[in-house]
Design a protein around this ligand. Structure first.
Ligand code: APR
Length: 244
């Protein structure tokens, strides 16, 4: 029995499977991930561009990267990895999908119960007066940095390093992780906490961890029961076929 058939046999018997995804599942949609060679953090130093301290001290600089990320995500379409995870939900295998991604591609592929652990770029918020806006009400082409009616530069509702994870995302993820009997971990380097703690939380309660990646990660050695090597756009649809 190969590893994918082994994974399918475990999933067939599961009652509370969840998934944790990262940027790797959107690479085949044309969105570079962060830490692979040529990834976003090769071009933009996260210490400069991805912390809330940097946003507060030089928002114009950080908006340069945000505009580039928005342009990448606006033209991207879901790939077969996103559709496979949506199908696992409609087949009633997948109970919740926790994603670190802000590209909305899981929702566009049809996933319903999506927990956006690092927020999303659909809203803008003013850190001075607290006002919130829909990003769609602004020109996000990069020509003009969005301003609040109070004059302050707005921040997209994505979670920067140094910011708290949205309370609802944290509590819903903990709820599902504590009950999970299987966790699919797909397309993440599993190095950013607290998202990376989710498989460990589930494993403590006896969950099986099935990892889908093109290379081993820090999780593989210590916390993965079955490692499925390959691109998620190819391996996840093959898993769905085995479960039909
Ligand atoms: N199929 C499966 N896995 C892939 C693919 C693919 N086609 N392409 C890349 N990967 C894997 C890489 O091997 C890597 O392990 O996806 C992972 C991407 O890791 P990161 O670039 O670190 O992205 P992610 O894990 O989502 O980062 C977590 O860090 O920078 C912050 O907020 C940002 O949400 C992000 C968080």
């Amino acid at each position: 029995m190969d590893r994918l058939e082994e994974a399918a046999a475990i999933i067939r018997k599961s009652r509370n499977m969840i998934a944790l995804t990262g940027a790797g599942v959107s690479v085949e949609s044309g969105i570079p991930d962060f830490r692979s060679a040529g990834g976003l953090w090769d071009k933009y130093d996260p210490a400069i561009y991805a912390s809330i301290q940097s946003f507060n001290s030089m928002p114009e600089t950080v908006w340069k990267m945000i505009f580039e990320m928005i342009e990448l995500t606006e033209t991207a379409k879901p790939n077969s990895a996103h559709y496979a995870l949506a199908e696992l939900e409609s087949m009633n295998f997948l109970k919740a999908l926790i994603t670190q991604n802000i590209d909305n591609l899981h929702q566009e592929a049809g996933s319903k119960n999506v927990i956006e652990f690092h927020g999303n770029a659909s809203h803008l918020q003013c850190l001075r007066c607290g006002k919130e806006y829909e990003a769609s009400g602004f020109d996000m082409s990069g020509k003009k940095i969005p301003l609040c009616s109070c004059g302050n530069i707005l921040k997209p509702s994505v979670i920067f390093f140094g910011e708290m994870i949205p309370h609802e995302a944290l509590s819903r993820s903990a709820f599902y992780a504590s009950r999970a009997d299987v966790v699919i971990v797909a397309g993440t380097s599993a190095v950013v906490y607290p998202a990376a703690a989710i498989p460990q939380q589930a494993r403590v309660n006896g969950a099986k961890i099935i990892e889908f990646n093109i290379e081993e990660t820090g999780l593989t050695e210590t916390g993965t029961d079955i490692f499925i090597h390959g691109s998620a756009g190819r391996t996840l649809p093959r898993l769905v076929e085995l479960l039909k």
